[in-house]
Design a protein. Structure first.
Length: 372
């Protein structure tokens, strides 16, 4: 099994040196519940008697170096169809997003392959990094137990966390749009004369739209183009080299088709295509800025067809704001993950007939690799 940067496989004795490296290190082992390895023979025993005997114990291997950098282990509660997990990661690979990448992958494996109902874990209270990883991956705190165990000469307080299958599937379905970029993912930085706006693109759901946008950006097509239409509490629109709202064309020299997906909506921060009707996409786009939907509209959505506006979509609109009336009319192909304060500043600029009196200019759009 593998994720973007990691391989997850069974342990073998070929891993003994790598396991001893992290299993004997004071800092790496600071928050684990087992004693650090005193010698290579102890490591060999752990690999053969523990790691290799558990069908759900995996070596975490960095692809680029083929080095075993940690371990991840599930323990099954068959009666209750649940799993608990534990992990350790070599300190030399901390702060690279590897543990979050591992846990996200393993949760997907647990719920979508093994079909368990519940996944849980515990961590020592002082281990803030592990708590942050689990929280990022959706595990909620179920309890805090003071001085629950006597470990390594002291009493420790444990935090228990868990996530249920129904909540995981619900969150992973709709909230994918709102996730932060993964380490190594390509992201795009729009530099304006007001500030920078960073966003992800969704090639998997809008491939032609993303191809068009990325190609135009790399050609410098958007450089020097203004935001020609700005409506506070709605959106900011740009991408027309004429600055009139009447111009711009795609890389194919003609309009292209819409690409709709019910899991990607016009929430606040959405990057969507502007158009003049169905399948009339060119070069113009907008960023949704509205931060609040009225209670009347929320109630309207709650009473709408659940196939069009399922509960998780309505809850996200209620929480974040957005422009729900544009769903299935304008292709959503990206999401701002940093710089919404710049979007807000642009939206609040003084306008005449929805056009800023002082030009708001796109200086460039650059492709970068997200580093965290």
């Amino acid at each position: 099994m593998q994720s973007e940067r990691l391989i997850f496989r069974k342990f073998s004795l070929d891993d003994i040196d790598d396991v001893f490296e992290f299993g004997s290190d004071d800092e790496t082992c600071k928050f684990v519940t087992w004693d650090k390895h005193k010698n290579i023979l102890e490591t060999e025993k752990v690999i053969t008697d523990c790691f290799m005997k558990n069908k759900y114990c995996f070596a975490i291997v960095e692809k680029i170096s083929n080095k075993c950098i940690g371990s991840f282990e599930f323990k099954a509660d068959i009666k209750n169809n649940s799993l608990s997990f534990g992990y350790v990661l070599n300190k030399n690979f901390w702060n690279k997003g590897y543990m979050t990448e591992t846990l996200n992958f393993m949760l997907d494996y647990a719920f979508n392959t093994l079909k368990v109902n519940r996944v849980c874990a515990m961590h020592i209270k002082e281990n803030l990094a592990s708590g942050k990883v689990m929280e990022k991956c959706g595990l909620k705190v179920e309890g805090e137990f003071e001085d629950e165990q006597f470990l390594k000469g002291r009493y420790i307080t444990l935090i228990y966390r868990a996530i249920l299958r129904k909540n995981y599937l619900k969150e992973s379905k709709i909230m994918k749009q709102l996730e932060m970029p993964k380490i190594g993912e390509k992201v795009y930085i729009m530099k304006t004369n007001v500030g920078e706006i960073s966003f992800r693109l969704f090639n998997e759901v809008a491939p032609r739209t993303c191809e068009n946008f990325i190609t135009l950006a790399k050609r410098g097509y958007y450089n020097g183009v203004i935001f020609h239409r700005v409506i506070r509490d709605f959106m900011i629109q740009g991408g027309d080299p004429t600055g009139t709202g009447m111009g711009g064309e795609s890389i194919w020299g003609e309009s292209f088709e819409d690409e709709f997906d019910g899991e990607f909506r016009n929430f606040r921060g959405a990057l969507s295509m502007a158009n003049a009707g169905p399948n009339t996409n060119g070069s113009q786009f907008f960023i949704v800025q509205n931060s609040k939907i009225s209670d009347d509209y929320v109630n309207y959505l709650k009473n709408s067809d659940k196939k069009v506006y399922p509960d998780e979509v309505v809850e996200t609109y209620e929480k974040l704001g957005g422009a729900f009336w544009l769903d299935f009319k304008h292709t959503v192909f990206g999401q701002v993950f940093k710089g919404m304060e710049v979007v807000d500043e642009i939206a609040n600029t003084y306008c005449s007939n929805d056009k800023p009196v002082e030009d708001i200019v796109i200086l460039s759009i650059e492709e970068k690799v997200f580093e965290g």
